[in-house]
Design a protein around this ligand. Structure first.
Ligand code: ADP
Ligand code: MG
Length: 293
């Protein structure tokens, strides 16, 4: 059933899914039902869409945990392979931070946990020790690194899950609803870490239901619906699409709502396009004020 194995040409494309179909064992309907999309290198991608629309299943296909029954997933221009060696190499480049840290963390101690990946790849004890210590410092895990993994808070476990992936220095990091179950402090901490990751040029794909942070953060939004891609594009475009929002049960981002209101009241000219962030909206307002209207 596999499609042609021809390699892709566009060097900007890191990941490409072509007509993926995946059905869980014992289920009648497919979780992925003809999913096609492209992910460009270095971009920040927000994956959105209702519960059950296939985001997590797609993520698990991206590092080969699930193998689609049909369709092709290309990584760096090549269809991904499923031999032990190919999967090991893929998982070094594509790291997933699961929604539930308890699915990710399995070592008794934090250092053991974060060391597992590099050691498994054949790094020496000394190199592993340096990498683990650097990532723990970066994520501020060091102060509680002596504690057993099971005793950590949900937020601390999330940071250790991210460290697990970051220590592998992947090209693509996938975060499945990273802020789920976190308190405001850890939500902010995780968002700061994600910002930092993207500044390093790593491609980040994140599932989220938070339209406000997706609007501000993402270069592109992928809108999932019933195991397919409904639409893909820049946040300002997708979140302006009322039909799309209705179909996916989403409300427009606050910034866009305020902007539209200011336009309809004649406070901001209709000529301005949707602002990317609060600073841009403020600059529209001062521009309008200075131009005397
Ligand atoms: P999302 O992450 O967008 O919420 P999922 O990929 O988790 O969506 O789910 C897609 C579909 O697959 C849903 O219908 C869900 O019920 C089903 N599904 C997910 N995980 C399993 C599983 N382990 N076994 C059976 N069905 C599953
Ligand atoms: Mg999910």
């Amino acid at each position: 059933m596999n499609q042609t194995k021809k390699t892709q040409e566009d060097p900007d494309i890191l990941l490409k899914a072509e007509n993926l179909r995946y059905t869980y064992e014992g289920e009648d309907s497919p979780a992925l039902n003809g999913l096609s999309l492209t992910i460009k290198r270095g971009k920040k991608i927000a994956c959105m869409g209702p519960n059950g629309s296939g985001k997590s299943t797609f993520f698990l296909c991206c590092n080969g945990i699930h193998r689609p029954e049909s369709g092709t997933l290309y990584y760096n221009g090549r269809p991904i392979g499923y031999t032990k060696k190919e999967l090991l190499s893929l998982r070094q480049k594509v790291g997933i931070v699961f929604q539930d840290p308890d699915r990710q963390l399995f070592s008794a101690s934090i250092k053991q946990e974060i060391s597992f990946g590099p050691l498994n790849l054949g790094c020496s004890e000394e190199v592993t020790r340096q990498k683990v210590s650097a990532v723990m410092k970066k994520l501020d895990i060091t102060p509680y690194s002596h504690k057993p993994t099971h005793s950590l808070s949900g937020g601390q476990k999330k940071l250790v899950s991210i460290a697990d992936i970051l220590v592998m220095e992947p090209e693509l990091i996938i975060l499945d609803e990273p802020a789920a179950f976190l308190d405001p402090f850890y939500t902010e901490t995780v968002h700061n870490i994600i910002r930092h990751i993207t500044e390093q040029g790593i491609t980040v794909m994140m599932a989220t239901h938070d339209v406000n942070s997706a609007y501000l953060w993402a270069d592109e939004v992928l809108m999932f619906h019933e195991g397919r891609l409904l639409k893909q594009g820049p946040p300002s475009k997708l979140f302006s699409d009322e039909l799309l929002l209705k179909k996916t049960h989403l409300r427009p981002p606050m910034l866009l709502t305020i902007f539209r209101h200011l336009q309809s009241e004649g406070i901001i000219s209709k000529e301005f396009s949707a602002p990317k962030n609060m600073e841009e909206l403020k600059s529209y307002l001062s521009h309008q004020k200075n131009s005397g209207s």
